[in-house]
Design a protein around this ligand. Sequence first.
Ligand code: AMP
Ligand code: MG
Length: 486
Amino acid sequence: MSPFSSLTFGQRLLELPPVFYRHIQPQPLSEPYLVAGNARLCETLGIPSSALAQPAALALLSGKQFVPGLPALAALYAGHQFGVYVPQLGDGRALSLGDTVDGEGRRWEWQLKGAGLTPFSRMGDGRAVLRSTIREYLCSEAMHALGIPTTRALAMTGSADPVYRERPETAAVLTRLAESFIRFGSFEVFYHRGQHDEIRLLADFVIRHHFPHCAQAEQPYAALFAEIVARTAQLLAHWQAVGFCHGVMNTDNMSILGLTLDYGPFGFMDGFNAAHVCNHSDHAGRYAYNQQPQVGLWNLHCLASAFLPLVSEEGLLEMLSSYREQYSQYWLILMRNKLGLVVEQEGDEALIEALLLALHAHHTDYTLFFRRLADFDSTTDNRALRDLFVDRSLFDDWAASYAVRLQRETRPAAARKLAMLAVNPKYILRNYLAEQAIQAAQQGDFSQIASLHDCLSHPFDEQPQYQAYAAEPPAWAQEISVSCSS
Ligand code: AMP
Ligand code: MG
């Protein structure tokens, strides 16, 4: 019997042979409780949100009891971590419970993160701490509301069980959902082991379930690779346009579906810094903000190697060479939208680059700037925008070109403003907001998680009750450091 009476669970991964996964036994948390439940996602899935607190559901969401009759599976994968190939990674603290179909026929795979040791745990403890679980929960839902492809978060459970990181913390389990959690590294592992039949089986599985139209193509595997290139280029354009840094763009954290996956030391930029590194442990800045699009391509090269048994090298190289152009085109669309430009003009890219240079020079708050830009009016002094720059003349110079550029637009100013407010978020998950919610939760108060989640579910709307969440970070936020130790 399913713990959710209206849902039937399957385990699609079982279509793949056993070399792809390991069976996991429950390793329950002590006296688990629900920290947060995602009512919106419950609605999508077709379950009442009250169902999450039922004992059978709580047992499932905390890893105490898996779906009756179905094996819980940890998947095998490898990956390039900080440029170095690591032959075996795998789900070290995640496991797949099974999958369900929602009212629109979409299938969702359910994973627990932090539910205990797996054969892939290596030196780890298989656990996740409340702090990192809250960050993943809030950020995945914030990204979804921003229209950025991502894995989703359904629920968080917590326990007093200690988990040791830099200091003792407490354990939590995240229930996350996605169409699939297959990674670039899921292919790489078989290539490097010389198991080419398994690469084909996995590609067939991905085509069958996620890209069925590729099966009709003349070369289905080439069509699949082209899809992955396109989705990766789009994902990176989204991240850059919203000012998001992933922090650990290793190939084991790259989704084959182009989803934002494995939230660790991520960060949204406050003051714009093109070279921003959000991960405290990334000393060389390999995954700095301005490196991300290039790293996306580097990672696709790793995946391309794993596709060599399926697609000709020339074919793969040709698809890889289209990445930059696809990325740039998509990025330009997003940035034009942010600037409220609908008429395409030659100099737009230069105008955007000039703006980014000015924002970088002043470390101007990226989100606030674009939100305020909706009110730009060349007949006023645009004080609210100017005030974001220490050297006003830098802004004035750019504003003069922007004003000229706007004259080429055909849309009335009021319509432009509305369109800009619909793409430039007022609310993002700033590090300090997550930190405040974490500190309260560590004292047993989960209300800030709920209100932040509620606010971030409507990032483009004015929400007077949440005005404080739109504020620039306070001085203490400089001290927050996020690293891989989550
Ligand atoms: P990440 O950098 O979080 O994507 O993790 C890289 C690899 O380390 C993956 O194989 C994870 O499953 C594994 N891992 C991370 N943290 C833990 C942990 N606490 N216990 C076991 N494995 C972990
Ligand atoms: Mg990972």
